[in-house]
Design a protein around this ligand. Structure first.
Ligand code: DAH
Length: 369
């Protein structure tokens, strides 16, 4: 056994019995200190024949490195295990908390998947856009009262000569015009998902929310296509047992226009629930359902007479097609715009009664998804 090996072996044996940092420090001094073993060996260098000096020097250096490595390894073992006992590598490891996506991100993925299955292309259009795309091209000139419904954040910037001021988009409908301009010619099937902004802040509104906008333009497109597609979405997203209805409404960019309703999950579209059902479905997190009286049937407090409102839709107004450069004599189309947070919270068993909790950043909420 050469000298290097025997020094390492002795060190190994000493390390075995060491349990504290103090002990380790004295061992360090013993080997690497001023009067330690390594320096002793280096002092011997002068007695070594000159042709062997180089090799000897190298060996001592390698030995020094090995000693440092062994001592450091022992140090980290002691530091990780304050009791100084050896670590039992067979023990199961610590479980680290796993991150997850935000519930709205899950909803976006699910919704776009449903539409991609039937040939809709997912697009993402600017969330800061000119008034032209958000209003004018959608048949809402600046003096039109319908524009008041879309309370809007304006960006401080010199207005564009043709496109007007810049806004934080109050809806995803700007994507309709941009998609028409991008493709130039139908057929078009698009789903535009994006952030939208309106200056509202209460239990059912946050100033930044998400919408998804559907657009379909081709020859001979009519309301049955619109209804069929929304019904397909409603059943895929909410469940096969849900029904939809179109309620006449008014939007500047569609004619005719509708609001879409979906049957309520709690009362199954009847508008009434049995008292026993209320009690069984009532939980601490779901305070929306309140017992009204002690008769056996009572009105469902979640919906309006069996229906919940999903969002707006309609056949695209010819002026809008024209603004997007589409020949409105040859082509027709439909569009819809729904809120992501809204549809997500309407899904059975989501159990969120207040949209703001989605954006408070409380991990206890996010952990549940
Ligand atoms: N942009 C409307 C809103 O934010 C929703 C909407 C209604 C979109 C009808 C549409 C539509 O595409 O056809 O309230």
């Amino acid at each position: 056994m050469n000298i290097t090996q025997s020094i390492l072996q002795t060190l190994d044996e000493s390390l075995e019995n060491i349990t504290s940092l103090d002990q380790l420090d004295s061992l360090h001094t013993k080997y690497l200190g001023r009067n330690g073993k390594i320096n002793e060996l280096l002092k011997d260098l002068k007695n070594i024949p000159s042709e062997e000096k180089k090799e000897y020097g190298q060996q001592v250096n390698e030995l020094k490195q090995s000693i440092i490595t062994l001592i450091d390894k022992k140090r980290s073992i002691i530091l990780n295990d304050k009791t100084g006992k050896k670590i039992d590598v067979t023990l199961p490891g610590h479980e680290y908390t796993k991150g997850s996506l935000h519930p709205v991100t899950y909803a976006i993925e699910e919704i776009s998947g449903i539409f991609e299955k039937i040939g809709f292309i997912r697009m993402s259009y600017p969330e800061i856009d000119w008034e032209f795309f958000s209003f004018e091209a959608l048949n809402m000139p600046s003096d039109h009262p319908a524009r008041d419904d879309f309370e809007t954040f304006f960006i401080k910037q010199t207005p564009h000569k043709k496109f007007g001021k810049m806004v934080l988009t109050p809806h995803t409908s700007n994507g309709q015009i941009r998609e028409m301009m991008r493709l130039g010619k139908p057929p078009m099937r698009m789903i535009n998902i994006g952030k939208t902004y309106r200056p509202n802040w209460d239990a059912s509104h946050v100033p930044m929310f998400h919408q998804f906008e559907g657009l379909c333009i081709d020859k001979r497109i009519n309301i049955t296509h619109l209804k069929g597609t929304i019904e397909y979405f409603a059943k895929a997203y909410f469940g096969e047992d849900r029904e939809i209805r179109l309620r006449p409404f008014h939007f500047q960019f569609t004619e005719p226009s509708f609001e879409v309703d979906i049957t309520c999950d709690i009362c199954k579209g009847t508008g009434y629930v049995k008292k026993s059902e209320i009690l069984s479905s009532k939980s601490e997190t779901n305070s929306k359902i309140i017992v009204q009286n002690s008769k056996s049937q009572t009105k469902c407090r979640l919906c309006k007479a069996g229906w919940l409102e999903l969002g707006g839709t309609g056949m695209i107004h010819p002026n809008v097609l024209k603004a997007g450069g589409i020949d409105s004599d040859e082509y027709t189309g439909w569009a819809f715009g729904f809120g992501i947070e809204r549809v997500m919270m309407m899904k059975p068993n989501v159990g969120l009664s207040n949209v703001r909790v989605l954006y408070d950043g409380d991990v206890r909420v996010l952990e549940q998804f």
